[in-house]
Design a protein around this ligand. Structure first.
Ligand code: UGA
Length: 478
């Protein structure tokens, strides 16, 4: 089929490359001419595994990039809108780019009827607004249909998420639209794509073809917000339980393993840490809450989820103070700036918030991230310095802080690290190491939801500074 995708951001680019991979002819358009010129020279604006391979495989054959929306829409049978829907002042999604795209599309509806598909994360009623705006701009009702096809891809694994999804949701209000949308995804739902010799590898968990779930457009719009809100809630729940674990001397990893073994709960998305970040959860939670309020419903649960998430950064900062007493003049190595491993995205990154706070408290921070340093340099104060490797950051530092779950941070040479640090203190916001191992290697090691371990027992009278909840101080040494 011939597809036009409006917006060359994370979602648009990945969808474009993946639809080309599934055998469709795709034109991906953006009004940022520099971005289009770069894409036409094979330069990608984002760091995403497998995306360079797919773009190289299909560019100039089934995949094109253009700034000419009109001709892309005229040639397309299906038009996806994948432009940004950032957060506005009042928490609602700012749909002005989206509306702008709809207006432009309205003036290019020629030839056979098109299916206009919402791919960006948008609130309920967006499909109604699309219909209304198209009509106001003079588009004939017979020249288009509207569908919702929310995207569930995660940054860092976006290509695999697209090609090996758990489910595909199509919100459509007519049988013809459903048929066309079903056809688009047929290589995935029939299982033919994974069997192709050239197919990209999928995750081990992708054992059967995805479920295709057909809903009304309103339900599809709500599914995306409800899914992200539920996942964020799961994380804030786990982080809250982690704090209780610390207070009572239990171990969050053991608790999560057993809780997650209940098939009604599931083991995934249960890793405690310094809180969620990124361009989706924080924004979508606010947007979902604002939408509910606008329709007379209060989702107070989501306010609490966001509050717990913000507080989790404070929990981590208190661990740093607990380990180091005062921060002024201390040299700290910060491993990780991206909001999670596998991406260069620092939007709403808890790591960046933490580095900023430590700097404000007078610490000297030397940061390292395998992919996000260019972006972080622009967002952080000039006093933050950047190292070229984890061990360079650690050189002479009073403590090492692990802030992002990059695989390479879970595989550090611990003997070398101990020799490199001024003091062998590691504060791990992602639980990448076992406390037993760290103790055996001679580190004072604090993590999330587990007892701190240390080869040096502090005097028993020393209180835990800023413990969030009163409770027995975790054993300094097992
Ligand atoms: C999220 C959703 O997972 C996707 O399904 C959705 O399509 C996307 O938002 C979106 O709305 O576009 P993403 O933000 O890329 O994807 O990243 P996740 O892998 O979900 O991680 C979100 C945050 O939660 C990260 O800061 C991560 O470090 C944190 N996290 C995740 C944990 O702290 N623990 C976990 O077990 C999992």
């Amino acid at each position: 089929m011939r597809i036009a995708i409006v917006g060359c951001g994370y979602v648009g680019l990945v969808a474009a490359a993946c639809f080309a991979e599934l055998g469709h002819d795709v034109i991906c358009v953006d009004n940022d001419r520099e971005k289009i010129a770069a894409l036409n020279n094979g330069i990608l604006p984002i760091h995403e595994v497998f995306l360079p391979e797919l773009v190289q495989r299909h560019r100039g054959r089934r995949l094109a990039f253009s700034d000419d929306l009109s001709s892309a829409v005229r040639d397309g049978q299906v038009v996806f809108i994948a432009v940004g829907t950032p957060q506005s002042e009042n928490g609602e999604a700012d749909l002005s780019y989206f509306e702008g795209a709809v207006r432009e599309i309205a003036h290019s509806l020629q030839g056979d009827p098109k299916i206009i598909v919402e791919k960006s994360t948008v609130p309920v009623y967006t499909s109604e607004w699309i219909r209304l705006i198209l009509a106001r701009e003079g588009a004939e009702a017979s020249s288009f249909e509207v569908a919702s096809n929310p995207e569930f891809l995660r940054e860092g694994t976006a290509v695999a998420d697209f090609l090996y999804p758990d489910r595909i949701v199509i919100g459509a209000d007519s049988e013809r639209t459903c048929e066309v949308m079903r056809h688009l995804y047929e290589p995935l739902t029939s299982g033919t794509y994974p069997r192709a010799a050239s197919a990209l590898p999928g995750p081990a968990s992708a054992v059967s073809p995805p479920r295709l779930i057909i809903t009304s457009t309103k339900s599809a719009e709500l599914i995306k917000h409800a899914s992200n809100a539920f996942l964020a809630m799961k994380l804030s729940f786990v982080n809250s339980v982690a704090n209780v674990c610390e207070s009572v001397g239990a171990d969050i990893e053991q608790v999560c393993e057993a809780v997650g073994a209940d098939s009604r709960i599931g083991p995934r998305f249960m890793k405690p840490g310094i809180g969620y970040g990124g361009s989706c959860f924080p924004k979508d939670l606010l947007a979902f809450g604002a939408l509910a309020r606008a329709h007379g419903c209060e989702l107070r649960l989501l306010d609490e989820v966001a509050r717990i998430n913000d507080e989790q950064r404070q929990v981590f900062l208190k661990k740093v103070r607990n380990a180091l007493w005062t921060l002024k003049g201390k040299r700290l190595a910060a491993l990780g700036l991206a909001f999670k491993g596998g991406t260069d995205d620092i939007r709403e990154s808890p790591a960046v918030h933490i580095v900023n706070s430590l700097h404000r408290e007078g610490a000297t921070v030397v940061a390292y991230d395998p992919a996000a340093m260019d972006r972080a340099r622009q967002a952080l104060p000039p006093a933050i310095s950047f190292a070229q490797a984890a061990y360079d950051a650690a050189q002479g530092a009073d403590a090492l802080l692990i802030l992002t779950d990059w695989e390479e941070f879970a595989a550090l040479d611990l003997d070398r690290l101990r020799r490199t640090l001024r003091h062998p203190i590691v504060i791990d916001g992602r639980n990448l190491y076992s406390p037993h191992l760290m103790l055996a290697k001679g580190f004072t090691y604090a993590s999330i939801g587990r007892a701190q371990v240390s080869p040096i027992s502090p005097p028993s009278a020393l209180p835990a500074r800023g413990a969030l909840t009163p409770g027995p101080r975790p054993a300094a040494n097992p």
